[in-house]
Design a protein around this ligand. Structure first.
Ligand code: DGJ
Length: 555
């Protein structure tokens, strides 16, 4: 019996080992292509099979056109604690002659990013960049018969390729598809490139709409039924300005643009939004057919004193987003470039059902450092990225570097708690020195940190509810106290505050913060950015910017 069983057992063991070996190889198989996935109410970017928080920086427009120019910048970018660089790919440089492609710049960017363990988000400066068509190749610029321009009210052409040009659309689709195919070939296994922006800040400048013959013909025709169906289906969530315009003209479900929305610059803008969105959706589809990375479009934001055409008319901005969502279902995100100081307003306007916040461009410096905490903490942003990052040279004193160092450490905690109503973010300044938030059964009173009559002028932070009566916080220049919301003892006190770091994902506590560093027992404090002249003497003490607070209740 034993002798007959032995070979069988050997065979079985061999099979099991072979199976395990296969499983091991399979589990080491190339990770899935970067993609978006839901966790609770949040949408996350998944890179290397794990949620990824983009701590980015966008290069100046011309930097990526020369690898030598970029060479000294890469080490600075890595030292700044970025994990992702946003870099332009210019159509004129990758397709200098129609049908002939040159990807040496793209390949160089990928190689240089990999050397520093950085990821890339590529920006396709194709038919449009800041409204204009300045990145279109020379062969396209010269051939204005084949690639007609936008005409403005005066009847004049402007240097903006018309969104009604099918020749331009087909040429852009071919070029973008070729770029995406190339990315699949050179990066389909490593995924250094994690997302792609399709075009840049599109829209008509100098008029509220294109008045070329093709555009006029489309304008005189019916509003696309798909748009009206979308507006009807989502009427409860529509942008309030768009909803008001539609309502004011009878909320019709068919008719021409003038009949449905009334004539005027607002309607012109919606009309352009539909046609830009349809064009870009088609370019996106062509690219995704080759290599389906997540793709997004960015908007140049409007200002109250301006009119459509002062900003690019038809771009993806809050009051046109519903139109974009209806026309461009292949785009994953519609995102803002935020250079205006009312940052919270713009974040709220883009963080809508079906559109997770991501900020590819924003101011840099200390502003960016604070804004990062808010976008990530309050809106569970996929990431943030100050513009012009390659010109930051003084790394040591750069607040963004310090903010990113903190966010990098706590990224796994942030990502684990996204979509679960367990996180908040906030910005404070002299106009808004205090806010309250509800989190983990408490009302949190969050104020600018003060000590001996002095206070920082600004602060930014985030707090995560990590367990019952337990909170993890990060940021600079604020302090927190708790008020219980649930039945039970009416008062809350600080049990203990531990400062610390995450090293290789593990929490390593350092100082127990008490006394002055805990507002003499009244507050959970986050000291100001070190080295700031307005900091109080003991506030810039080079703490980690991360601490855990345990609270308790008493009466
Ligand atoms: C917004 C654009 O999208 C960027 O490419 C850059 O031009 C910035 N403005 C700063 O000028």
């Amino acid at each position: 019996m034993r002798t007959t069983l032995l070979p069988f057992l050997r065979q079985l063991t061999l099979l099991i080992f072979t199976g395990l070996a296969f499983a091991a190889v399979a589990s080491q198989a190339a990770p899935a292509i970067p993609h978006l996935a839901k966790q609770g109410t949040a949408t996350q970017l998944i890179v290397a099979d794990k949620p990824f928080l983009v701590l980015g920086g966008e290069l100046h427009n011309s930097s990526s056109s020369d690898l030598t120019f970029m060479a000294p910048a890469w080490d600075r970018l890595a030292k700044l604690q970025l994990n992702t660089v946003l870099a332009a790919v210019s159509w004129e440089l990758i397709e200098p002659r129609e049908g002939e492609f040159d990807f040496h710049l793209v390949d160089g960017l990928i190689a240089d990013a990999r050397r520093r363990d950085l990821r890339l988000i590529l920006l396709w400066f194709g038919t449009w960049k800041n409204g204009m068509s300045s990145y279109a190749p020379a062969w396209m610029k010269r051939d204005f018969q084949r690639f007609p321009r936008v005409k403005v009210q005066s009847g004049q052409s402007v240097e903006i390729v018309s969104a009604f040009s099918n020749e331009a659309l087909q040429a852009d689709r071919r070029a973008f598809a070729t770029l995406m195919r190339h990315l699949r070939e050179v990066d389909g296994d490593r995924h250094t490139v994690v997302m792609v922006q399709v075009e840049n800040e599109v829209g008509v400048l100098g008029d509220s709409r294109d008045r070329s013959a093709a555009a006029n013909l489309a304008y005189a025709g019916p509003v696309p039924p798909a748009l009206l169906a979308h507006l009807s289906l989502h009427h409860a969530e529509l942008d309030k300005d768009l909803a008001a315009l539609w309502q004011a003209h009878g909320a019709h479900t068919s008719g021409t643009w003038d009949e449905v929305f009334g004539s005027g610059p607002q309607t012109d803008e919606l009309f352009m939004a539909w046609h830009y969105a349809a064009y870009i959706d088609s370019v996106t589809t062509a690219g995704k057919a080759e290599y389906p990375l997540p793709m997004f479009v960015n908007g140049w934001l409007n200002k109250p004193e301006q009119r459509p055409g002062d900003w690019p008319s038809g771009g993806p901005i809050p009051h046109t987003l519903d139109v974009w969502m209806a026309a461009a279902s292949h785009l994953d995100l519609f995102v803002p470039d935020i250079y205006q100081l009312n940052f919270e307003h713009w974040c709220r306007s883009y963080a809508r059902p079906g559109n997770q916040l991501f900020i590819p461009e924003m101011l840099k410096g200390e502003t960016a450092a604070r804004w990062s905490f808010y976008a990530v903490g309050e809106h569970e942003a996929i990431g943030v990225s100050p513009f012009g990052i390659d010109s930051v040279v003084d790394i040591e004193s750069e607040p963004l570097c310090r903010a990113y160092a903190v966010l990098r450490q706590i990224a796994p905690e942030i990502l684990a708690h996204q979509g679960k109503d367990a996180m908040t973010g906030f910005l404070l300044d002299e106009k808004q020195p205090a806010v309250t938030r509800r989190l983990g059964g408490y009302e949190l009173e969050i104020t600018l940190d003060q000590g001996f009559g002095q206070k920082p002028a600004t602060a930014g932070g985030l707090i995560i509810n990590t367990g019952e009566n337990e909170f993890l916080g990060a940021g600079f220049g604020f302090r927190v106290r708790f008020r219980p919301l649930a039945p039970g003892p009416a008062l809350a006190g600080i049990l203990a505050v531990d400062e610390g770091r995450f090293i290789d994902g593990q929490w390593v506590p350092s100082r127990r913060l008490n006394g002055d560093e805990a507002g003499r027992g009244h507050w959970w404090r986050f000291l100001d950015f070190p080295g700031k002249p307005e900091s109080i003497p003991f506030a810039n003490d080079l703490g980690t910017g991360i601490s855990r607070c345990r609270v308790y209740r008493y009466e």
